[in-house]
Every structure is written in C-alpha cells, then in structure tokens.
Design a protein around this ligand. Structure first.
Ligand SMILES: Cc1ncc(C[n+]2csc(CCOP(=O)(O)OP(=O)(O)O)c2C)c(N)n1
Ligand SMILES: [Mg+2]
Length: 907
C-alpha cells in the first residue's frame, strides 16, 4: 500500500496557500483496486466494525494532514444491506407473488369499476401499484395484529394506497364484493368504502387518517414516543411493538413530515419505522427531477441520527454488481438525476444499455452477457420481496433509534402504457380493454379476454393455496390488520367531590379561569381513579398558565431521567424531570403537542388505556396554526380536552395582533364532534370538565372538548342553583334584574371574561337609564347553534308534528325587551343564533386585528366594554321607539364614547 500515498493528497503535495494540488495525479485504476481489495480483506478477516474503525481513522488522519474532506451524510447510491448479509426469505415467494398479483388486480378493478359506474368519482391506482411489495412483505411477515395478549404493531398506511389495503382485506374475507363495488360510494345501500383511511367513517377498520399529507409521519413519531411514555409511567408493560409509517416521497416535502425527526432519535425510538415509497414521483411530475430525492432524504435522516436503509436495487443487479470489482457501477448509479431515472426504468433494454451502461466501455462489458430483455427486467429494490424483507428485518432488529427505509419503486408499476412511470400516472383511473388485458397477462390473473374487459373482482376459492397461505400468515401474526376496536373499560367517573370546591366560589379572592382550571387539574392528578390517566400536555407555556408547581408534584416526562441538577434545585418550583414524569412538556411545537394529544386521546383504542389528555396552549396557535391536526383528531374519534389559554381578543392585554385570539371559537365551529365552550367562571369549567369526563370515558361518547381559559382575575361566584344544565347546553340566566317595575327591558348575553362587562352594563342601565336588564351567561354559542339547526331539521322532516323549539328559543320564550350580546370573538358568533331569538339581536364582537394595549383600552377600541353594551341597548330601545334618539346621543357623551374613534374592523 505504501505507494498509494500518491493517490491521497498530503501536506507534501497540497499547496496550502492556494489550496490546489501542486502535482495533480491521475488515479490509476490499479491503485484504487488495491485499496478496495485491502478493505475487502479486512472485512473478511476482521468484520465490518474493524473496517469501519479503519475508515474512521483514515478520515481523521486525512483531516490532520490538511485534506478538506467534504461533509457528506450520504452513502453511495446502493443498497445499504449487501447481498452477503441478506437473510433467507422465510416465505413462499411464488405464492406471495400470486397473492400480491391478485391484490393488485382487485385494487385496480375497484378504481376502474367505480369510475365506470360514476364518472370522475376518483381513486388511485398508481400509488398502490408502486407500493404493493412494500405492503405485502409487511402483511405476510411483520405487521402483528392487536390481540388480548399483545398490543400489536401500529401501522399508518399511505392514504392514496387505500385501494390496495381494501383489496387485501377482500382477499382475507373481511370485506365483501358489495363493499368493494361501492368504493367511494359510501352512501349506497349496504355501505361502501371511504376514499381514504377515515376512522370516523370506518370505525372498525381504519385507525389513523393519513391522507392529509405530512400529518401521519409526525403523528407516528409521537405515537411511538407515547407508547414509551405509557411504559415508563407503568401504565402498560414494555413490549417490542412497532409503529410503522408508510409515506410517499413527495409527501416528505410537507414540513410536518420531517419536522419532528430529531425527536425520534433523541428519544431513541427504536419502536419506530418509516417506509418511504420512493417512486421519484408526486402528483404533477418528478419529486426531484434535477436531483436525487433518496440521497436528499438519506442525508436529512442520517443527519438526524436515524438508521437509514436504502433499498434501491433488486436481486437481478447483484450478479452485475458482483462483477463490478472497481465500483464503477455504483458510481454510475449515483450520477443520474431522478428525471433521468424516471425515464430509464420504463425504457427498453436497448435504451438502458445505451444510456445507462453506454457511457463507459467497462460498464458495457459488465452487461455484455445479458440480452436486452434481461436489462429491461432489472427490478428496483422496492419491488423485490427479498430486498424488502431484508430491510424490514434489519429495521425491527435495530436497537437504539428509529429506522427509515428508503425504497425505490416505479409509480404505476405494471400499468405499462396505461401509466407506468408517466407523469400523468397519479391521476390514472380508467384503463381501456387492451390495457386491462396487458395488466392481466403481466400479473397472471386467471381471466379470459372477454371477462377481463368487465374488470371483475377475483378471489380464489377458500381452499385455494393462495387463501390458505394468506390466512395462515395472518394467523401467525395474531390476526388481521388494519382493525380498530375500543379496548378500554369505562371508568366509574363519579367525581362530584372532586369538583365540588369549584362550584362554591372563590370567596371574593380574585383568580383567573386559567388558575381555576390549573387548580382543578392539580386535584384531578391526585384522584385515585383518574389521577394516573391524566396527561397534561404543554408547548413551553407552563409558566404562562401558572402550572409550574406541577413540575415538582408530577414531574416532566424525560425518557432517560434527569441527568443534571436543575439550576433551581433548591426552590419550591424546581424544574423536575423524571422518567415517570407525567407532564408532556413538548417544547415549542403545537403540532407535536397536538400529535401527543392525538396519541393520548386515542389510547382507549390503540392501547386499551383511558388516558385523558389536557393540552393547554396559547389559543391563537391552536385552530389557526394546527387546524388540520385537529380535523384529523376529530376523524380519529380522539377524546380529551383542548384548552385555549390566554384567550380572548381583548382579555389578553399587551400581546397584540399575533396573539390576541378572537377567532378560535369561530374556527371550532366546523369540527362536528368538538364541543366548544367559552366559560366565564370556575364553576362553569368544573361542570363542563366533569361532564366531559363522564361522556367520553364512562359513556364512551365520541366527543372532544375545546375550552377557552383567560388570564383576567376576578372573584369567582358560587354556582347559582339549577345552572348545570344550562352551562352544558350553552346558556343560562346568570343574574336577573332586581327592578321588576322598570318599563324598559333588555336581555344581555355575555361569555368568558366579557361577561363581567355585561354585568357592569346591567348596573349602568339600571341605575342611569332605568332599564331592567337580565344577564345570561352564554357558555357555548356552538352548542346553541347545533341544537337549533338540529331542531329545525326535525321540524322540516316531521311536518305533521307539533314543531319543537330550539333550546335558545325556549330559554328566551318569556324574556322581555331588546337583545344585546357581547363577545370577545367575532360578531358572527352571537349572530349565528339570532334567528332563533324572539326578536332582533344586536351583536358586539371583536372583528379586526388586535393591538398591543391594556384591557380597558382594548375593550374600548373593539367596542365590547360596558359602555358600548349600554349604548347598544339604548340604541335598540330607540329603534323600537321606546327611547328618544336624543337620549342615546346624550348617553354617548355621558359614557365618554368618542364618535370619531377608529373602526376596529378595518383599522
Ligand atoms: C396536505 C395535502 N396536500 C395535497 C394533497 C394532494 N395529493 C394527494 S397525493 C399527492 C401526491 C403524492 O405523492 P407522493 O407523496 O410521492 O405519493 P405517491 O403517490 O407517489 O406514492 C398530492 C399532492 C394531499 N392529499 N394532502
Ligand atoms: Mg411518490
């Protein structure tokens, strides 16, 4: 080897001043050859660890000698697992191929038939076509079902691959022909199949919604972490169950996809496996036509300390690679950009010979013995079950951190002229007769030409080798998957004692609803039944919400325990982390916190454990930042409590435009199974949470809750008698007017912290303007709205029956006077229920951008304070002819309202 220092630049032949080689040397092939051979011999005699050590030392030596080795997190464009380390494939490859072919056919038939039946109903063929081997190896050898004895593996299926997953369930006898027939036509008699994985629509089948791209990788990471959390807290025994997430390579462009990968390695999540289907294409065209998505992902994941396994080339390449003793082929493999590869893999053998091997005589020689047809048939790694099996086995056996498998495939594999590898393939839903026949022949589906044209579903007889094999494999893995079931037992949930204190008022002590909530949380954490089940989740805002005392009492979850003495060790509120810590202090990631909320809120199904998550966050950074995760949580039937902290456009003083939330209760409206409350007092929160726990965890109802809590402090009154039902239904009369004789009357509606402004307005109206006003606390406009539209619908469908009145109408049946509502959210919130009120409603709200200001100024600016409520009331009375306009004008002056003030909506 001595002669070879010629090939490696050292101080002797590098000019350190201008950083160029003074004597550039042509690297002789024979020199390279010798280096490679010595490495081979080390490998053979001492194994990969020693070889790796030598390379590491060489790298260090090179650096010390002034060689500026470029940083690269990449390995060559080759399979990570060399052929000699490949395990034996344990299955019957031929049978598995036949089963997979039938599944391919049925998946395709499902989409083609649906689109013949209903033009443009949609569906995807090419995603599953490229991923079939990735899934089938999983189904036959890896994905363990959930059983009574074993919690099972958790699999996130790529949303657009749904037809293939349905087709397999059909082969397994779990879905009927009729269901397949009604793919994407769920409203047909007998039911159909939802377009994508939606637990809401198929609650016995799908567990995780994955089709909004980017959500599932992030949810999978936090799911894997939550599984460890349950173990470390002693809520479930440790197991080797895995979380598998299948994603598209295009999907990795979504920031959420890679946004939490460092958490996975930091937490040593060796229960997590990502499989990225690298077909190099997305919807419109190549993912990285001018680059290499696989290499890009490899460096990102390796940089984040993941175990990266590349599965690029199928077994047919192995003998060629074996002949390539100089590493030329691997070098060539790394030279092409994805746009070139996309073309190459669907081209003829002659084209491959000319354009791939043809640039170097030595490469051409490597494939000389192979006919063109063999070159055309060189498979990619993701289509070779042996390579995929090897990767999965290595992934499940890998210890210490997460694994990502980057598997190269062809989009639309097997579709031939109908779309294989073409840029239009993602949208392909219809095949003509020739194309169908070609597909049939390629995959050996036993259908004659005539039958083939009608695209029938095909399932071999129950006693066929295929069905017997498939059933046996699944039995060996514990049963079928995907399958969703509720595995937890209801809790007893009689917590009157626990919440009683909060219904008694604060004895004039001024507290905020946030403080009241945190006090409740503290008590719940001590409860013998639910204490352990509570999962407080917070994205770096615990101090904002006054929760820091919980650091000491229940601790912050740290999977490796606390490895340092906290700087505040000797204080009462020390930052205590612990392996069995209960709080998920997620750092500044609302998306990650939401993913934890989803994992904890679905543990009743995934793990059979009724964990009760309380995710408290800055309310502005909820719906409008991570709304799509909340939508996915709804789809999954997630249970738990979202708490919008520091809520209210005018209640959060100082923070200004970005923080002051007057939106979230509007954004909560579309989520069908979410109950949204804007409570004003501690007892309202107590009633809502107590009832929520009962409904979700005792009665098993599919709700989750959004509750806004504020930081304005005031005395919490005791709960008025009989208020409970109204609190839950959305409104109750909080304080009636004591002046029974007044001729002028009004009904005032307030919510959250603005209720206090309404109460002040009540006093001013009574004392100064002789208006007797009743005050209602509206805890939930959403509840009132939903009740009203449901009642309206019932009336429409039952014309002969006595019409029913919505709850809000019943509440106000005998209420007299004008109606005025004030909210810290958009005016549309109260206006939404106006049509079910007995008379016209005047709604005040906080439309517009927030300001950095104090509460008083903010409420004046947004025109929701007591004086504006008084003005609105007088104006309404004047419009009814009960008060002279001059009185209103005078009141404007008396109240100190500046007419020329800016309009908050547009300024
Ligand atoms: C958030 C989001 N944006 C856009 C889409 C629409 N969409 C569906 S599939 C797709 C392309 C998928 O490409 P890739 O992830 O590479 O998956 P492949 O089908 O190639 O396996 C797009 C853009 C979506 N489903 N979700
Ligand atoms: Mg793709």
């Amino acid at each position: 080897m001595a002669a070879h220092n010629r090939a490696i630049p050292t101080r002797d032949n590098v000019n350190m001043d201008n950083e160029t080689y003074t004597q550039p040397h042509h690297i002789e092939d024979v020199e390279i050859q010798e280096w490679l051979e010595s490495l081979d011999s080390v490998l053979e005699s001492s194994g990969p660890e020693v070889a790796s050590e030598i390379l590491e030392r060489l790298r260090a030596h090179a650096t010390v000698n002034g060689i500026d080795l470029p940083f690269t997190a990449n390995t060559p464009y080759a399979n990570t697992i060399p052929v000699r380390l490949e395990p034996l494939f344990p299955g019957d490859q031929e049978l598995e191929r036949r089963i997979k072919s039938l599944i391919r056919w049925n998946a395709l038939a499902m989409v083609v038939r649906a689109n013949r039946e209903e033009h443009n109903i949609g569906g995807h063929i090419s995603t599953y076509a490229s991923a079939a081997t990735l899934y089938e190896v999983g189904f036959n050898h890896f994905f363990r079902a959930r059983t009574a004895e074993f919690e099972g593996d958790t699999v996130y299926f790529q949303g657009h691959a749904a037809p293939g997953i349905y087709a397999r369930a059909f082969m397994e006898g779990r879905l009927s022909i009729q269901q397949l027939e009604n793919f994407r036509r769920e409203l047909k008699p007998g039911g159909g199949l939802s377009s994508y994985p939606h637990p809401w629509l198929m609650p016995d089948f799908w567990e995780f919604p994955t089709v909004s791209m980017g959500l599932s990788p992030l949810m999978a990471i936090y799911q894997a972490r939550f599984s460890r959390y349950l173990e470390n807290r002693g809520l479930k025994p440790p197991t080797d169950a895995k979380v598998w997430a299948f994603l598209g390579d295009g999907e990795t462009d979504e920031p959420e996809s890679l946004g939490a990968i460092t958490l996975a390695s930091r937490e040593n999540l060796d229960n997590l496996i990502f499989v990225v289907n690298c077909n190099l294409q997305r919807l419109d065209g190549p993912v990285r036509g001018n680059g290499q998505i696989i290499q890009e992902l490899e460096s990102a994941f390796r940089g984040a300390r993941w175990n990266v396994i590349k599965v690029l080339w199928g077994s047919e390449w192995d003998p060629i690679l074996e002949r390539d003793t100089e590493g030329l082929l691997v070098k060539r493999m790394g030279e092409l950009v994805d746009g070139e590869y996309q073309k190459l893999v669907v081209s003829s053998g002659a084209y491959v010979r000319q354009h791939f091997f043809g640039n170097d005589e030595r490469l051409l020689k490597l494939v000389e013995p192979l006919p063109d047809e063999a070159l055309r048939r060189l498979r990619l790694g993701g289509h070779d079950p042996r390579k995929v099996y090897a990767a999965y086995k290595a992934a499940v056996e890998h210890k210490g951190g997460p694994t990502v498998i980057l598997a190269r495939t062809i989009k639309g594999y097997g579709l031939g002229e109908a779309g294989e590898g073409k840029n239009v393939t993602h949208q392909q839903k219809k095949l003509n007769e020739d194309e169908l026949r070609e597909f049939r022949s390629r995959f050996g589906i036993p259908l004659n030409d005539e039958d083939c044209a009608t695209v029938p579903f095909y399932r071999p007889a129950e006693d066929s080798a295929e069905i017997q094999y498939l059933r046996a494999r699944r039995e060996g893995l514990g049963g079928y998957t995907p399958k969703r079931s509720i595995r937890s037992k209801p809790i007893a949930a009689a917590h009157d004692e626990l919440f009683k204190e909060f219904t008694e008022g604060s004895d004039e002590r001024e507290v905020s609803t946030t403080m009241a909530f945190v006090a409740m949380l503290r008590k719940m954490l001590k409860d013998p039944e639910i204490g352990k089940l509570i999962v407080p989740i917070v994205p770096d805002e615990a101090r904002t919400f006054g929760m820091e005392s919980l650091f000491r009492t229940v601790g912050i979850y740290a999977s490796g325990g606390q490895k340092y003495d906290p700087v505040d060790m000797n204080t009462l509120l020390l930052y205590r982390e612990a392996k069995d810590g209960q709080i998920l202090e997620e750092g500044i990631t609302e998306a990650g916190s939401m993913a934890s909320f989803i994992a904890a809120g679905n543990a009743y199904a995934t793990h059979g454990i009724n964990t009760i998550p309380f995710f408290i966050y800055y309310s502005m950074f909820g719906f409008q930042r991570i709304g799509d995760f909340i939508w996915a949580a709804a789809d999954m039937r997630t249970r738990g409590f979202l708490l919008g902290g520091t809520a209210g456009r005018t209640t959060l003083s100082g923070e200004g435009l970005q923080h002051q939330d007057g939106n979230s209760h509007i954004l909560a409206l579309p989520v069908p199974n979410l109950k949204a409350y804007d409570p004003a007092f501690a007892y309202e929160i107590a009633v809502i949470i107590q009832d929520g726990i009962r409904r979700m965890y005792k009665d098993g109802e599919n709700w989750f809750y959004y509750i806004t809590v504020m930081n304005e402090q005031y005395a919490m009154p005791p709960m008025p008698a009989g208020a409970r039902e109204g609190i839950l239904k959305g409104m109750y009369k909080y304080r009636a007017s004591v002046n029974k004789k007044a001729k002028l009357k009004a009904q005032l509606f307030g919510s959250g912290a603005i209720l206090n402004e309404v109460l002040r307005a009540q006093e001013i109206l009574e004392q100064k303007y002789s208006v007797a006003a009743d005050v209602w606390s509206v805890t939930s406009y959403k509840e009132l709205y939903v009740d009203a539209i449901e009642t309206e619908r019932w009336n429409r469908l039952n014309p002969g029956e006595k019409p029913r009145a919505p709850y809000v109408s019943r509440c106000l049946a005998d209420a007299q006077g004008v109606l005025v509502a004030a909210s810290d959210y958009l005016k549309t919130l109260p206006n939404m229920i106006a049509k079910w009120m007995p008379r016209r409603l005047a709604a005040l709200g906080t439309d517009g951008f927030g300001r950095s200001e104090g509460r008083t100024s903010l409420r004046d600016f947004f025109e929701v304070d007591a004086k504006f409520i008084v003005l609105a009331t007088l104006h309404e009375l004047s419009a009814d002819g009960k008060v002279d306009a001059k009185v209103v004008d005078k009141a404007i002056e008396e109240l100190g309202i500046v007419k020329s003030k800016p309009n908050p909506v547009v300024s």
